[in-house]
Design a binder for this molecule. Structure first.
Ligand SMILES: O=C(O)CCC(=O)C(=O)O
Length: 306
């Protein structure tokens, strides 16, 4: 009898220790390491598996799916075949669950390690590539656009959090490994989108490895603003949603009229801020990009002669 009580007590204690340890491991946030930074510098990108926990992704994805402001402020980006990606983009990060993602310490510390100085938030966007209709993105460098927005230095980086599985079937991001070292290449209109000079891309494809960046929810891709990347349409049955935050060095202030967040030092929040924010959606007063502004921005692109 005593023995049985002893065994039960032992099993219960073990259960509690084990489940607490499991919770602790789930909660303990991953940190970006020096080795990650070296991989980023070498390849122009790095993937950190489970950089955000399942609980955090469930909160961000769950909120975004039922966020009326996001759906009102989203607009379509058409590809050359008329397929479209829905996208909502805002500049100043707020106190909602998305802002906590952009501002949490583990994220900002990683970005500051990459940029080598104090980071500001350029913008965040929720990319919604829906089944069967989600559009393709032509080969481009983010700095191919941003240079025209008045940023003199490529001291900028994007961070993509997978909210759903991203794979070859649903049009995951493709990167050309090491292509950030080419520097900025000319961009011009490619269908309705702005794309990189295909002459340069075709040569680059002969020399560098094309990587399909397949991600599971919570996996996070850091990519250099000069890496060449594209994605195929999503013709699968499954959505591909991601939350992408772009950052700038505070000192790299645009000389154009960009919203001030791009040079305002980020106010970091603790890593548990996403969980604390819960399902807090974005305010309709956030400074969203509107389609009209984007259309104007595209007119500023100089189309190279062919
Ligand atoms: O996620 C995608 O399919 C494309 C994203 C992209 O190219 C970008 O954010 O620059």
């Amino acid at each position: 009898m005593i023995n049985r009580i002893g065994v039960s007590a032992y099993l219960i204690t073990r259960f509690f220790i084990f489940s607490n340890l499991q919770n602790f491991l789930l909660m303990a946030s991953k940190q970006f390491t020096q080795a990650d930074k070296e991989a980023f510098d070498r390849d122009g990108y790095v993937v950190i598996k489970n950089f955000f926990t399942k609980q955090e992704v469930d909160l961000i994805y769950g909120t975004s799916m039922q966020d009326n402001v996001i759906s009102q402020k989203s607009f379509d980006f058409n590809d050359s075949k008329g397929l479209r990606t829905k996208l909502a983009l805002w500049y100043t990060p707020q106190d909602d669950v998305y802002g906590m993602y952009s501002r949490c310490e583990r994220m900002v510390n990683a970005v500051e390690m990459i940029l080598g100085g104090q980071a500001a938030h350029y913008h965040s966007k929720l990319m919604q590539k829906e089944p069967k209709v989600g559009g393709a993105w032509e080969w481009h460098q983010d700095y191919g656009y941003w240079y025209n927005n008045g940023f003199l230095f490529p001291d900028m980086v994007s961070v993509m959090l997978a909210l759903t599985t991203a794979n070859v079937e649903n049009g995951c991001l493709q990167v050309l490994k090491g292509s950030h070292k080419m520097g900025r290449v000319e961009h011009g209109m490619a269908g309705q989108q702005v794309g990189a000079s295909m002459e340069k891309v075709e040569e680059a494809l002969k020399r560098m490895e094309l990587v399909y960046v397949e991600l599971e929810p919570g996996d996070t891709l850091f990519f250099h603003c000069n890496i060449l990347h594209r994605s195929e349409a999503n013709l699968s049955e499954n959505s591909r949603w991601s939350l992408i935050s772009a950052y700038n060095l505070v000192s790299n202030k645009s000389y154009k009229n960009e919203p001030s967040s791009h040079y305002t030092p980020l106010s970091k929040v603790p890593d548990d801020a996403i969980v604390k924010a819960g399902m807090k959606g974005i305010s309709s007063t956030a400074d969203f990009l509107t389609q009209e502004v984007d259309a104007k921005f595209k007119e500023t692109i100089v189309v190279p002669e062919t």
